[in-house]
Write a protein that binds this ligand. Structure first.
Ligand code: AMP
Length: 541
């Protein structure tokens, strides 16, 4: 027998209506390219998002049409996040850190009809416009380059949308947003988020046992809105009616900390690299900024080293660790101590917090070893596979990638992990980054985290390099902190407190910078390429 409940769609339109009805007075604060601050309320956001929806409809946007954005985090990007889906379109966020030829490929592959672009990013747009072939381009003016002939001005464009607007009747399974993976191998792949997935992700994200967000919080969307939905923050903010702070393009410690202090930010998410920048700002300027007493941070995108958690704790910033992917909207797990773990010794608590954690409700995970599902013993490694209502079921228009899904409906993440008896998952590596030495696996992530705990190390990458005897051996590439001297032997003996001899890197290379992907992850494929012909000193050893 079916339940006798209404079949009410989980759609972003409801969130848009609700925030106006209940939280119209709450502020959205944006830092603009000239560093000035723009403020308006959710009532204003609501009015303008609907104008955008109407203007797009009048411009011929049909259900399911992709409208791309090439924008920094600001109030007009937020309008695109809601205005485009409100008219039945799909907001496709283009990652402005990608190479122009990738952007051209992505826009073409996605079939983007219209582009909304910040004027400060027009020079980038110029480099891929031919390849992309947008029908129409709408320019958001920041006093920069202004709209050129043939391009629309955003303010004039939405002004045409004044007047009544009726939402199309949307099904919750229709696409609302789209983002391409910034994969380091192969072509970028399109993930299409449904209204339902974005709504359910927001519910789960806000739970007290997930990231614990309430209306009284002040959220800052620090992760870029052009990658993986800014970790979901814009949707959560609008759903809960929290004050929202959008930091624009100035993501240096000075600008961020100043904004966090003055706007009394309580929750933000970022990749560990950005947390490292914030930490350095706090340590170098004691007492300069006063963060809100209940300020907490979320870190995802790569594994935060224990030293980062410890040093941020010392600054009064508690960092919660999450794991996710573009394909998982993105939040899928969180590492929170369980009630009965509160009394664990400090060292063990940090070890737990450094794990990627347990899945949010409705996300399931398993580790698949070559001979079947790995037991939850914290030791047996396998490929992490996940499923759930905000996990992608396929890529857009890429049937050749169907192998990323198992026959029984799980998504193969490409990460290698262990899961312990408490259900805490720990990422060992991306499968392609694992180092296979003499038939045994060495985790590059563990070595990197340990190296970054050394006081002289700013950044560390460990990669597999071919070896005549052991197949592969680890090579560590190190960026030292400014003005600090440390030798390979010091690092080796530091690591030997934690690792067996055979797991230690055989070579240490000191460099000025490490290559990163457009989303701040280490670009290990480029390091592997660079060091593939490394001459081991004792090749027979
Ligand atoms: P992206 O789709 O660009 O967000 O990248 C997703 C990938 O980032 C995952 O498959 C992981 O390899 C990595 N990743 C994300 N979060 C974490 C984390 N907390 N710890 C380690 N790796 C992570």
């Amino acid at each position: 027998m079916d339940g006798l409940m209404m079949n009410y769609p989980l759609s972003l339109v409801h969130l848009l209506e609700r925030v106006n009805q209940l939280f119209g007075k709450v502020e959205v604060v944006s830092r603009l390219p000239d560093r000035s601050i723009h403020r308006y309320t959710y009532a204003e956001f609501y009015r303008r998002s609907r104008q955008l929806a109407k203007a797009l409809t009048d411009a011929g946007v049909q259900r399911g049409d992709r409208v791309a954005t090439l924008m920094w985090n600001s109030y007009r990007h937020l309008e695109a996040y809601f205005g485009i889906p409100a008219c039945g379109g799909v907001v496709h966020t283009l990652n402005l850190r990608l190479h122009p030829s990738d952007l051209g490929y992505i826009a073409k592959h996605a079939g983007d009809r219209i582009l909304i672009v910040d004027d400060v990013l027009l020079p980038l747009y110029e480099q891929f416009k031919e390849q992309a072939g947008f029908e129409r381009v709408v320019v958001v003016g920041h006093g920069g380059q202004g709209a050129k002939t043939g391009l629309d001005d955003y303010e004039e464009f939405i002004a045409r949308g004044e007047g009544d607007f009726e939402y199309p009747k949307l099904d919750e399974n229709e696409a609302a947003a789209m983002c391409y993976t910034s994969g380091t191998t192969g072509k970028p792949k399109g993930v299409l988020y449904s209204h339902r997935a974005l709504v359910l992700h927001s519910f789960a994200f806000a739970l007290p046992d997930a990231f614990g967000v309430a209306q009284k919080d002040v959220l800052m969307a620090l992760a870029p809105m052009f990658h993986a939905n800014s970790h979901g923050i814009p949707y959560v903010a609008v759903m809960l009616g929290t004050k929202l702070v959008l930091p624009g393009s100035q993501v240096d410690a000075e600008n961020l900390l100043e904004l966090m202090d003055s706007e009394r930010v309580t929750v933000t998410t970022a990749v560990p690299t950005v947390w490292g920048i914030i930490l350095e700002g706090l340590e170098k300027n004691p007492g300069r900024w006063k963060l809100a007493p209940n300020f907490r941070g979320l870190a995802g995108g790569s594994a935060p080293p224990e030293s980062l958690l410890r040093r941020l704790d010392a600054q009064g910033v508690s960092l919660l660790h999450l794991w996710g992917m573009t394909e998982t909207t993105p939040a899928a797990t969180v590492s929170r101590l369980k009630s009965y773990m509160r009394k664990l010794p400090i060292k063990q608590k940090y070890a737990v917090r450094c794990r990627q954690g347990w899945p949010l409700p409705f996300v399931e995970m398993r580790a698949m070893a070559p001979r079947g599902e790995a037991p939850w013993d914290g030791e047996t490694a396998g490929e992490l596979q996940v499923r759930g209502p905000w996990v992608a079921a396929s890529y857009y228009n890429m049937p050749e990638e169907a192998r990323r899904w198992t026959k029984d409906g799980w998504f193969c993440t490409g990460d290698v992990c262990t899961i312990d008896a408490e259900g805490f998952m720990k990422i060992m590596d991306r499968s392609k980054d694992m180092i296979k030495s003499g038939g045994e696996w060495i985790s590059s992530v563990d070595l990197e985290s340990a190296l970054m705990d050394h006081p002289a190390v700013r950044q560390a990458a460990v990669v597999a390099v071919p070896h005549p005897k052991w197949d592969e051996r680890p090579l560590a590439v190190i960026v030292r902190k400014e003005g600090v001297v440390v030798a390979a032997d010091d690092l080796r003996s530091f690591l030997s407190q934690k690792f067996s001899k055979w797991q230690l890197p055989d070579a240490f290379v000191f460099v000025e910078t490490l290559p990163h992907t457009s989303t701040g992850k280490l670009l290990k494929s480029s390091l592997r390429e660079q060091y593939k012909a490394w001459k081991w000193e004792t090749p027979g050893s």
